[in-house]
Design a protein around this ligand. Structure first.
Ligand SMILES: *Cc1c(COP(=O)(O)O)cnc(C)c1O
Length: 390
């Protein structure tokens, strides 16, 4: 292993690069989580986090990865045997559905298969809900930004389909790789539980996750019968009122969260979303310039936070990633599940700017060339043209 100089390029779609300001905030001394200073921090944080979700309701914070918040969303709102409608948008949607099954929910009857190149289809949802005349489907689960495919589902259209069907099911949405990087509106889109994590758009290390909770979901939690203890919203929301938690919170990650929220607020959320959309468009320009294919097939559904690149027949995406890591000290996302070896994923979310993107795409272009993948040479130039002019 040769000595490394400069900064590693962490261009996987999470964990993402943690800004120096956030790392510094986290290095402050750990304090008494039952003392007045910490209570004040908690109360500030619980308010400051709401705009990122687009909610005025409660946000529950867990010292856990996103997977924990998936479980929390299910066990707080549903009862054994409840029917859950889930779309097969990719690897993460599949894992969440499997978790629901293992918790004792009925996930096979209302399964909507997919090709891993499209988001959740509002028309299919409308048909399924119309057919459920007895109103037995209790929840609809959608992954907003499917990190395995770089396809973003249209949550506002999903909500419209549910409203038009007049169906009372809860809408549960995973925003683990979109919150803080792609426009999202928990209240306006009538989402009942929004699931999020710290290590992607929020620019923190892994270790925190979130549930934003609608009043309808909170109401459902009063009668939901799936077993829960640690994940139970009620004691946490109760303790939060006084700035405390019903468990020992992740003190230093919360310091980092306050700083990350300050950074997002200083840039402005609309500007943050526009920056991500612009970098995503420049990345697609590069991919198309190389003559390669972006995995997402619907122009309305391209992810703002990452891009999945399909390899030409006979070429291994993991070989390209290996060369790029060894030669240029950059990590890219691997193909997950049935996409293993067939795609690599470029993360362009979180703490990121034009020149980080230019460096990232230069590394990808050189890696493709070194791996002998046939490309047209002008992909990076196309991305730079877009960055220069817009
Ligand atoms: C990363 C990710 C997860 C898994 O979250 P963990 O923090 O790894 O538990 C779930 N869903 C999506 C969409 C993700 O991107």
């Amino acid at each position: 292993m040769t000595a490394r100089t400069g900064r590693h390029f962490l261009q996987i779609p999470g964990p993402t690069n943690v800004p120096d300001q956030v790392l510094r905030a986290m290095s402050a001394p750990t304090i008494d989580h039952r003392g007045p200073e910490f209570a004040a921090l908690t109360l500030r944080l619980l308010e400051a986090i709401k705009p990122v979700f687009g909610t005025s309701g409660p946000v529950v914070i867990y010292p856990a990865s996103g997977t924990g918040a998936w479980e929390a969303a299910l066990v707080n709102t549903l009862s054994p045997g409840d029917r859950v409608l889930a779309f097969e948008t990719g690897h993460f949607a599949t894992l969440w559905r499997e978790m629901a099954g293992s918790l004792g929910l009925e996930v096979d009857r209302d399964f909507v298969p997919g090709d891993w190149r499209h988001g959740a289809d509002p028309d299919v949802l409308a048909e399924r809900l119309a057919a459920d005349t007895a109103r037995e489907i209790k929840a609809v689960c959608v992954v907003h930004n499917e990190t395995s495919t770089a396809v973003t589902s249209r949550i506002a259209d999903i909500r419209r389909a549910m409203d038009e069907a007049g169906h009372p099911a809860l809408l549960l949405v995973d925003t683990i790789s979109s919150l803080g990087s792609i426009d999202y509106r928990h209240d306006e889109w009538g989402v009942d539980v929004t699931v999020a994590g710290s290590q992607k758009g929020l620019m923190l290390p892994p270790g925190l996750s979130f549930n934003a909770v609608s009043s309808k979901a909170l109401e459902a939690s009063r009668t939901a019968r799936l077993p829960r203890s640690f994940w139970d919203w009620q004691p946490i929301i109760e303790a939060n009122k006084k700035g405390s938690f019903s468990y020992t919170p992740a003190t230093n990650l919360l310091y980092g969260l306050e700083e990350a929220l300050r950074l997002l607020d200083a840039e402005g959320l609309p500007e943050v979303y526009a920056r991500h959309a612009r970098h995503a468009a420049a990345t697609r320009a590069a991919v198309r310039g190389w003559g390669l294919e972006v995995l997402c097939l619907d122009e309305r559904e391209h992810s703002g936070s990452l891009t999945a690149v399909l390899m030409p027949e006979g070429h291994d995406a993991d070989e390209v990633r290996k060369i790029i890591l060894e030669r240029f000290d950059m990590s890219l996302g691997a193909g997950l599940g049935k996409l293993a070896g067939r795609v690599f994923r470029i993360g362009h979310l979180g703490s990121f700017n034009d020149l980080t993107l230019a460096g990232t795409l230069a590394g990808v272009q050189m890696g493709l060339e070194l791996a002998g993948v046939p490309i047209k040479k002008d992909g990076l130039g196309d991305a730079l043209d877009l960055l220069r002019t817009e």
